[in-house]
Design a protein around this ligand. Structure first.
Ligand code: GLU
Length: 450
């Protein structure tokens, strides 16, 4: 494949949720896997609802996930191109002015339905003469503009759905320009896809019908240009099958970040849910890109279970090497010679990254020891080997305690864990003990420091 150019084109009318992130990741991973380019394009021609703060928020949500675009565009800065395309369509008779109000259209649709006809726009505006239009304009009406579809079936080979076709006779001519002169997303999207040389349009299956319209538009505007290859993937739905919404903020990337989930866990789940690949933890997006394949995407809705985020965050953390998290540990002031061995000891015991602080305090700070059996702990303290300690110290020490006290199993180990860590469970004590060190261990076991 020659190197692909793809785009993620959100409208900045809210922050993105995990379903939107799925679209972004599909495009980004496709670009990474095929050494292509990934553009972030804000479809912000809806001036009433688009906000710059949402655009900035979406960029930072993507950055948190590790999705970094090669270029960022805003449609609001490219309106001259769309005006030019609209003029060309007007000149060729494919874009025509309509004056119906929303209420009039609604009434007409109801009448069509009552007569058993499909609710398709009847092109009444084409029958208006120059004087009718002048009269409507004089009465204060402003036109909206529709693209005249050609009759016939539009076909394409969808990378996910296989051979696809839409009969345009069943569609209304789409409105491209609103009464206030602003563009709906359809025309700008086609103009930009041509101008940017987009090779693959990977997006949700809610856009399948738009594809027929966009292919006709592309042919009308640039008959010579090769059409992009389309891939329409299943949509992510909630555990109960409900659609996700940008406006309600449900499962927004910002809220998942706030809740402390790992970005790679969110990315893996957003990508692998609803595919034939097992959902599994990863060390990098690069790794996810290597196994990413559009042909693995299923045709069924992708049901997303937030509970999987817990498991996957835990497993992702357990996979990280110290070098993967060094900077994040430094930000928590987990530094020095104990930082790396502590990470290795505790990484399998974390529900959230910040939980490492608990084990850092065990290794290098103050805790509240739980002393349940003072005389046993005093015996254990007496038997503590002298330093230097290493990962064998724990087994040497506990077998000495076993010999001296006759205890074994839980009765031997549990009181030691409670006193040394202040917790019921946690990382292997063989790994923690040398980090805790003799002085700390003594004071936790017996309340003394030598
Ligand atoms: N702005 C459109 C959306 O967010 C883009 C669709 C497309 O990828 O073409 O749904």
């Amino acid at each position: 494949m020659t190197s692909p150019i793809v785009r993620f084109a959100p409208s900045p009318t809210g922050r993105i949720h995990i379903g939107n992130a799925r679209v972004a990741l599909f495009n980004f991973l496709f670009a990474v896997a095929h050494h292509g380019r990934f553009a972030l394009r804000f479809d912000d021609t809806d001036f009433a609802r688009s906000r710059e703060e949402f655009a900035r928020g979406i960029e930072s949500d993507l950055a948190w996930l590790g999705v970094v675009p090669h270029a960022v565009f805003r449609q609001s800065e490219r309106v001259a191109l769309y005006e030019d395309a609209a003029d060309r369509l007007r000149r060729s008779g494919r874009l025509y002015a309509c004056y119906e109000t929303a209420e009039e259209l609604e009434k007409r649709r109801k009448m069509q339905q009552a007569r058993g006809l499909p609710p398709i726009y009847d092109r009444a505006a084409l029958r208006l003469g120059a004087s009718d239009r002048a009269a409507l304009e004089a009465a204060g009406r402003r036109p909206h503009w529709r693209f005249m579809l050609e009759p016939g079936v539009v076909e394409w080979n969808d990378l996910i759905r296989g051979p696809a076709h839409i009969d345009c006779a069943a569609l209304s001519d789409p409105v491209l320009i609103r009464e206030d002169g602003s563009f709906l997303y359809t025309l700008p999207s086609v103009v930009d896809d041509i101008d940017m040389g987009i090779t693959h349009v990977i997006r949700g299956e809610d856009h399948v019908t738009n594809t027929a319209v966009q292919l006709q538009l592309a042919r009308a505007l640039a008959p010579q240009a090769a059409a992009p290859i389309f891939a329409h993937h299943n949509l992510l739905v909630g555990a109960g099958g409900e659609a996700l919404s940008k406006r309600t903020g449900s499962l927004s990337i910002a809220s998942l970040r706030e809740e402390g989930y790992e970005p790679l866990a969110v990315a893996a789940l957003a990508t692998l849910t609803g595919s034939s690949d097992n959902i599994h933890a990863l060390r990098s997006l690069e790794e996810l890109a290597q196994s990413f394949d559009l042909s693995h995407v299923s045709r069924n809705p992708a049901r997303f279970d937030p509970a999987d985020l817990e498991t996957l965050t835990h497993r992702t953390l357990a996979l990280y090497e110290y070098r993967d998290v060094r900077e994040r540990l430094e930000a928590l002031t987990i530094v020095g010679r104990k930082a790396e061995p502590l990470w290795r000891a505790a990484r399998g015991n974390l529900a959230r990254f910040d939980d490492i602080l608990t084990w850092w305090r065990v290794a290098d700070g103050e805790i509240a020891p739980i002393r349940e059996d003072d005389s046993f702990l005093k015996d254990a303290a007496r038997l503590l080997p002298s330093e230097p300690w290493d990962e064998t110290t724990w087994s040497v020490w506990t077998s000495d305690i076993k010999t001296a006290t006759g205890r074994k199993g839980k009765a031997l180990f549990h009181p030691l864990r409670l006193a040394l860590t202040g917790a019921e469970s946690g990382p292997e004590l063989a790994a923690l003990l040398p980090l805790i060190g003799r002085a700390r261990a003594l004071s936790r076991l017996a309340g003394t420091s030598e």
